[in-house]
Design a protein around this ligand. Structure first.
Ligand code: FMN
Length: 208
């Protein structure tokens, strides 16, 4: 059985899905993501665009993907062009706004680059320099696939985005069943999740 094609849902392709799009956006916003800036060269120097639709796709070959709105300048600039995905650190919130078209006074944009490579943002949690692999039209967005040609990372807290708000990491819950990260974070998580009173907190502690 094949996958449903656009012609299976002709109404959907014309934007008359019957769905409540505001509700759909709220539902999609429940998915927590990191925040990246996709950097690329332009005639006037380096450019960037804030993007949370970044995902890893394949290790062999090493492919990543970003989804860019058709109306964004980046959707034109990234066609057949190399780019770098910069995963923002929690202390780079000003850069997230700046590259989303809301410049922040005093935001420090500092570029580092490899010889011949597309520059990356200094201070990022990770960066992936990409050669263009494919561009796929998808509704009101274009999916840009890049083949990773260089990459690096730093052990810093990442910036997160959820339900329209920027956030920072919360409690670490462990690396596998029965492998909690550390007892203190587990207790903090339980207290937060259950909104326990002092008595409830003592009860949790007594169970340990
Ligand atoms: C947290 C966040 C995530 C965003 N993610 C995307 C995204 O994945 N794709 C996209 O096209 N725009 C995204 N945007 C919006 C663009 O950053 C914004 O429209 C930008 O001004 C487009 O710039 P350009 O027209 O210069 O390319 C995001 C904005 C924010 C604040």
């Amino acid at each position: 059985m094949g996958l449903p094609s656009a012609s299976t849902y002709p109404a959907a392709t014309r934007g008359h899905t019957g769905l409540d799009l505001r509700h759909l956006r709220r539902c999609l916003g429940r998915f927590t993501t990191g925040v990246t800036v996709v950097s690329y060269r332009s005639g006037e120097g380096m450019r960037g665009v804030t993007v949370n639709s970044f995902t890893s796709v394949s290790l062999d070959p090493p492919l990543v993907l970003v989804s860019i709105a058709r109306g964004a300048k980046a959707a034109v600039a990234l066609r057949d062009a190399p780019f770098t995905v910069n995963v923002l650190a929690a202390d780079q919130l000003d850069l997230a706004w700046t590259f989303a078209g809301r410049p922040v006074d005093g935001a420090r944009v500092r570029w580092d680059s490899r010889v011949g490579g597309v520059a990356h943002l200094r201070g990022s949690a990770a960066w992936f320099e990409c050669a263009p692999w494919d561009a796929i039209d998808a509704g009101d967005h274009v999916l840009f696939l890049g083949a990773v040609v260089a990459h690096d990372q730093r052990q810093v807290e990442p910036l997160l985005f959820q339900s329209g708000k920027f956030r920072a990491l919360g409690t670490e819950l462990g690396a596998g069943p029965g492998r909690q990260a550390d007892p203190l974070s587990w207790i903090q998580h339980r207290l937060h999740a259950q909104r326990l009173t002092d008595d409830g907190a003592r009860a949790v502690l007594n169970q340990l």
